[in-house]
Design a protein around this ligand. Structure first.
Ligand code: NAD
Length: 375
């Protein structure tokens, strides 16, 4: 079976789906690996490193797509790229299929079987395939550094002959994968860290990293499904707003990571709240691609509103492309090895990981969650 790895075409993308190390093990397992020229360049992997690992470098994207039995990518291909694939080819990449009906249609039209990395169930058995977590972990780290760069103050307490500098206050919304890494990073740099999350069980994790948990007192139980929070009520969000408003006003850096799977991100920082913030404060809105947790953030822009810098960078992992590609390549190759051997795919349709991540198959949309949202 031929695995093809193209150069990513999405704006600002620097990651690549497979690294030379992982190619080496796939070649050893009997796969034939084709890599588009320059695919790994922005992750510091030149063509020669792939050749050395046993891959063939392909110069033309069209040829690569036409040859592929299995196309491995970071981002979803465009419909015109999908049309280049052979009927029956398999795609594995991030898809967020419920947000891109045009791509789902193109996959069905072309009889491409597509597995979505973002739909791999968050179960222990699939941890090594969990690209959402591996990338969010890096993004949480980078969000803190990015925010710190725009602050005109340092993070740690510093006692000097000229006076004492008090530590920066960092407030984090959401203690999922990205949020927990942001807490750890901000603590390592010496900040005082406060955190809010709708899932009460995150309190212990936040405190174990040295953060202070801001707990919304309510009888409302927050439902979770597959490790994700489900939507909370307007009443809950109002109580949360009352609790955190004062802390937003006092924060130097606010990082928002609040996500409700399959829904628009909840707006947790309103324009009025931004207006109360200190001049020079910074917000990094990590949920900007899902609509944003801050009412004023703009996709892939840095804006200054009411003397507050608001960063809406949607692809933080790409800024750490080397580590991000290394981890992604392990995630995607582990999923591939679970689903297929060099001789073909197993198609165990009722197996949890297959069922959870297979979006289209034999011309049909087979993924229940995506079907529900798109219908
Ligand atoms: P996650 O599901 O692990 O964590 C999200 C957290 O938000 C959960 O703990 C959830 O309980 C919490 N949450 C939901 N509603 C909330 C609310 N009202 N208040 C406070 N917390 C709330 O997700 P993750 O993998 O950590 O990713 C977090 C976010 O970062 C997502 O929006 C994801 O798309 C985004 N992300 C962005 C980048 C980037 O480059 N900007 C990179 C990776 C992930």
């Amino acid at each position: 079976m031929k695995i093809a790895v193209p150069k990513e075409t999405k704006l600002y993308e620097k990651r690549v789906a497979l690294t030379p190390d992982v190619i080496k093990s796939l070649v050893k397992a009997g796969f034939n690996c084709l890599v588009e020229t320059g695919a790994g360049f922005q992750s510091n992997y030149p063509d020669e490193s792939y050749q050395k690992a046993g891959a063939t470098i392909v110069l033309a994207k069209t040829e690569l797509y036409q040859e592929a039995d299995i196309l491995l990518k970071v981002n979803a291909p465009a419909p015109e790229e999908i049309h280049l694939l052979k009927p029956g080819a398999v795609l594995i990449s991030f898809l967020y299929a419920y947000t891109v009906p045009g791509i789902v249609q193109a996959l069905m039209d072309k009889q491409v079987s597509a597995f979505a990395m973002d739909a791999v169930p968050r179960i222990s058995r699939a941890q090594k395939m969990d690209a959402l977590s591996s990338q969010a972990n890096l993004a949480g780290y980078k969000a803190v550094l990015l925010g710190a760069n725009y602050l005109a103050k340092i993070f740690p307490l510093m006692m000097t002959a000229a006076g004492t500098i008090t530590p920066a206050k960092v407030l984090i919304f959401g203690a999922g994968v990205a949020g927990l890494q942001a807490i750890a990073t901000a603590k390592r740099l010496g900040a005082v860290v406060e955190v809010t999350d709708v899932r009460p069980e995150t309190k212990e994790q936040v405190e174990s990293l040295g953060g202070r948990f801001l707990e919304v007192k309510t009888d409302e139980g927050v439902k979770t499904e597959g490790g994700y929070a489900r939507e909370v009520s307007a009443d809950y969000l109002q109580k949360q707003k009352e609790l955190v408003s004062k802390h937003v006003a006092e924060a130097d850096l606010v990082i928002t990571t609040a996500l409700v799977m399959g829904k628009k991100a909840p707006v947790l920082i309103t324009e009025d709240m931004v207006r109360t913030m200190k001049p020079g404060a910074v917000i990094v809105d990590m949920a900007v691609e899902s609509g944003g947790n801050c009412a004023l953030s703009e996709l892939n822009q840095k804006v200054v509103k009411y003397d507050v810098t608001i960063i809406g960078e949607s692809n933080l992992p790409a800024q750490l492309s080397m580590n991000a590609s290394d981890l992604y390549a392990k995630n995607i190759s582990t999923l591939l090895s679970h689903l297929a051997t060099k001789d073909g795919f197993k198609w165990q349709m009722e197996e949890e990981i297959t069922k959870g991540s297979l979006i289209t198959h034999k011309g049909e949309l087979v993924h229940t969650f995506t079907k529900d949202i798109l219908s």
